[in-house]
Write a protein that binds this ligand. Sequence first.
Ligand code: ZN
Ligand code: ZN
Length: 340
Amino acid sequence: MRSLMFVAPGRLRFDEVEAPRIIEPGDALVRPLAATTCDLDHHVIADKTPFSGFGPFPLGHECVGTVVEVGPDCADVAVGDVVGVAWHIACGSCAQCVLGHPARCLRHGDAQYGLPVNGSWGGTFSELIRVPYAEYNLAPLPPSVDPVHLASISDNLALGWETVMPTIHGIADPQVAVFGGTGSIGLYCVDVAVHCARARTVYFDDDPIRMSVAAQLGAEVVDINGKREKDFHLAIDASADPDRLRKALLSVMPEGHVNSVGIYFQDVTLPMLQLYVRGVHFHNGKGHARPNMTPTLDAVAAGALHPELVTSGVYGWDEIPEVLTSPSAGHKPIFVLEPR
Ligand SMILES: [Zn+2]
Ligand SMILES: [Zn+2]
């Protein structure tokens, strides 16, 4: 089968590789229908991460697909099911998975698709994917919705739910600020904040395309250097930019929450005294996709979410290397693999 390889910064190619097989009785094999980039992938390709020096490796950890084979222990997953594939490799039953932290699975650590950490599980820009613990890691898609725009349910789309909903739970009339910059995650957060949390949502950025999408999704849009209120219940840093992180940290009301989903590969200076005086709850960590995929998909099925507005373009599978290495790759390009 063909698998997209990250070779070096700015260099991607399809390699012919051995197709995965069922190994454990709980495994399933999935053929992607559509796959897309995590915001992190753009940074890998642009040589902005430590992973950028570890090529070649299979790239990609977001896709939806069709189950084409199942192991004997898969009772709830059947050939022909249309599913989202969680980005992490998680058992679903260890102490961390049971707490809802599959990205901290005690059996598989940091293992995931599409990055060279803790074993190679292939990438989602491949024609076939082996999914262990398939009953846990696969989420059935709502039959009424075109799966193409759900390609990000594996990670960034579900992260939108995770970053907003638990934090604003119980707050009447929530006020949410989103500091964009990484690409799609901030926009998925806006969609959830406006349409599921029913929050007044303000989006800060300087990119006219992302700002226009945020406005279509129902946010008030403010230039990142414009006037900033400082009494949000929740400020989301989806920027990977230390200056925007600082703005997010100083935008919440006393005892407010800041959730950071941009990744910082280097230390940044934090205004600790101001955080102390204000009382800021700060979370910075990986998304735990699987428990958040189902409520996100339920919201999509109910017509509440609009992931199609976040998609920056839909392309054919063969176009992946060219589009992703182009300066105009877009914040959320989705690639469609024709059925066999
Ligand atoms: Zn990711
Ligand atoms: Zn586990």
